[in-house]
Design a protein around this ligand. Structure first.
Ligand code: TXA
Ligand code: MG
Length: 329
């Protein structure tokens, strides 16, 4: 953080784009809304600003950052070439919850990609953030705006709760429409596609566009995408993932239990210790509520959190991926 920026006690929350612009231009950090989760935005072409993103999040510098742009034409400035499949996906799904790994050009600082030769790029779908990007000359790096290893934020309050005393401004775009992070796709020299992180764009949607894809997002410590560590999205409470009723049978103190279920609440447990992710049975609704539910469970007095997986198709695959990582301690 440059000395010219005076930190306040708590971040302001608002929709003042000029304020956001001037903070970014002087090397500061602004939390930005996207359709997936809130990001911790900084000037991608300013290595000092990028460095302060890592330190503010307590994130190891071996875990690279996604570069956010506002138009497909800008990809040429920050990468060396397109792949055919990347182009097809970008045309179809941007702006949207899709991140592409492409060979980086020299204009992107090495710190952004943790020294790797590919840069992660995406166009987010948020009116405010797209307007901000259009006001700036640089793209924005933006990891999820949470301390490293914790659950991603899906509204301004989530950001304020954890980073409010470390950043000057949070751009308020309301609740995130999708609620889980973007799907990350990379391509080899023969243009075979690999999904490195399951996310807000389902694998089926990707396959419909470019045919078969490999998925390595399930691996535990994937060097291609170091952030996909097995233990991630972790609330503080101990999580048991599986059949809720079987889990409850083993627990004596029912008032010490929290429940996150897919469609139905559990009779025995007090309602204020439960979140039903999707009373309507929709995986979209479940994704949107997931991170708020995990955060809520950290605010109540429980010793065990029982969670059931959601149906394992479409967005459900990405939701279950988050749940499994959250359950690893
Ligand atoms: O939806 C999203 O993608 C959100 C919003 C704010 O855009 N951003 C986000 O960023 O989730 P972050 O930093 O929390 O997760 C990005 C992931 C990390 O796991 C990182 O390792 C991976 O993307 N990544 C970034 N650049 C990469 C690169 N050059 N090669 C491989 N993996 C990369
Ligand atoms: Mg993250």
């Amino acid at each position: 953080m440059p000395k010219s920026i005076v930190l306040q006690d708590m971040a302001n929350i608002g929709s003042n784009l000029n304020k956001a612009k001037s903070i970014i231009q002087s090397g500061g950090l602004v939390a930005i809304p996207t359709e997936t989760v809130y990001g911790l935005g900084a000037d991608a072409l300013n290595p000092d600003a990028v460095a302060s993103v890592f330190s503010t999040k307590n994130r190891p510098t071996f875990d690279p950052l996604i570069t956010h742009i506002s138009s497909i034409g800008q990809v040429d400035s920050y990468t060396l070439r397109w792949s055919n499949k990347a182009w097809a996906l970008a045309k179809k799904f941007w702006p949207g919850p899709l991140t592409l790994l492409l060979p980086k050009s020299n204009s992107i600082p090495d710190l952004v990609t943790s020294g790797m030769e590919k840069v992660a790029v995406r166009i987010p779908k948020s009116e405010l953030t797209l307007k901000l990007l259009n006001l700036l000359k640089s793209p924005l790096v933006a990891p999820s705006a949470n301390p490293f290893g914790y659950v991603s934020p899906t509204n301004p309050k989530h950001v304020e709760d954890q980073l409010g005393n470390k950043i000057p401004y949070i751009l308020d775009g309301g609740e995130c429409e999708i609620g889980i992070e973007s799907t990350i796709v990379g391509f080899d020299s023969e243009d075979n596609a690999t999904v490195y992180r399951l996310g807000g764009l389902s694998v089926d949607d990707i396959k419909n566009e470019i045919g078969d894809v490999q998925i390595t997002a399930h691996s535990t410590s994937n060097p291609q995408a170091p952030g996909m560590l097995k233990s991630h999205y972790s609330p503080k409470v101990k999580i048991k993932l599986g059949n809720i009723y079987a889990g409850l049978d083993k627990i004596k103190e029912i008032d010490q239990v929290g429940i996150i279920s897919f469609m139905q609440p559990v009779q025995k447990v007090p309602p204020n210790h439960q979140v039903v992710l999707a009373p309507d049975g929709s995986l979209k609704t479940a994704a949107k509520n997931l991170f708020s539910a995990l955060r809520y469970m950290d605010t109540i007095n429980i010793s065990t959190l029982l969670i059931e997986e959601v149906p394992d198709y479409g967005l459900g695959e990405a939701i279950n991926d988050r749940l499994r990582r959250a359950a690893v301690k």
